[in-house]
Design a protein around this ligand. Structure first.
Ligand code: SF4
Length: 203
């Protein structure tokens, strides 16, 4: 049995398998990873902080979660307790259509962990976008569960095989923070429709 896989790989893989490999296999974010590790250590001090609003809503901040079935572990930004059941909340800087589907899988993975820990069934989770202070409800439905479990299996295979997936060369690359080290050749924005707005889900 390997060490538990970090939850964060799911969102990276759902966005781009190569990005997940660059970060989690090649360690190309080593400087950032060190920073993240420092923050994680700091967060560990504050982990599991429970608060209760005047309306009686209980929220746990930075709550560690894990799943033995999926060999997965991580930390939820926040978990609200609604009618005795946990609702994971992921915080994002702003709403970004391209990132919402990968973020939804990340939330679904958190929900799967919480279900195993709590012995419950979770129907919804939420993304909270700080820029507009909006809450976006995410249904943890059968389709999302199936997609997320498939991604989790692919992530385990990636960490086992340690092979670098091919570059995407699509619109995701234009917004990728690893484009400079990935090896992808970004086309001239003046000569391509790469930056032309597309409907959500079309890369
Ligand atoms: S630049 Fe493109 S192929 Fe490379 S990691 Fe980013 S999204 Fe993936």
């Amino acid at each position: 049995m390997f060490d538990p896989m970090p939850l964060s790989i799911i969102e990276h893989y759902a966005y781009c398998p190569r990005q997940a490999a660059l970060i989690h296999v090649e360690g190309l974010w080593s400087a950032n990873a060190d920073t993240a590790r420092g923050e994680a250590n700091h967060a560990a001090v504050d982990r599991g902080v429970r608060s209760e609003s005047r309306a009686g809503l209980v929220t746990w901040a930075s709550l560690p979660v894990w799943s033995e079935r999926l060999n997965l572990s991580g930390v939820c930004d926040a978990v609200e307790i609604v009618d005795g059941a946990p609702v994971p909340i992921e915080h994002k800087p702003r709403h970004n259509g391209r990132l919402m589907a990968p973020a939804a899988q990340q939330l679904a993975a958190q929900a799967l962990c919480l279900e195993e820990m709590w012995g419950c069934h979770i129907l919804t989770a939420a993304l909270f976008t700080r820029a507009d202070r909006r809450r976006h409800e995410i249904a943890i439905d059968a389709a999302l569960r199936t997609a997320t479990e498939a991604t989790i299996r692919s992530c385990h295979s990636l960490l086992y095989d340690r092979a670098l997936p091919p570059v995407l060369e699509d619109r995701r690359c234009a917004g990728c923070s690893l484009a400079e080290v990935c090896g992808v050749e970004l086309p001239d924005p003046d000569e391509t429709s790469l930056f032309t707005p597309q409907t959500e889900g079309v890369w």
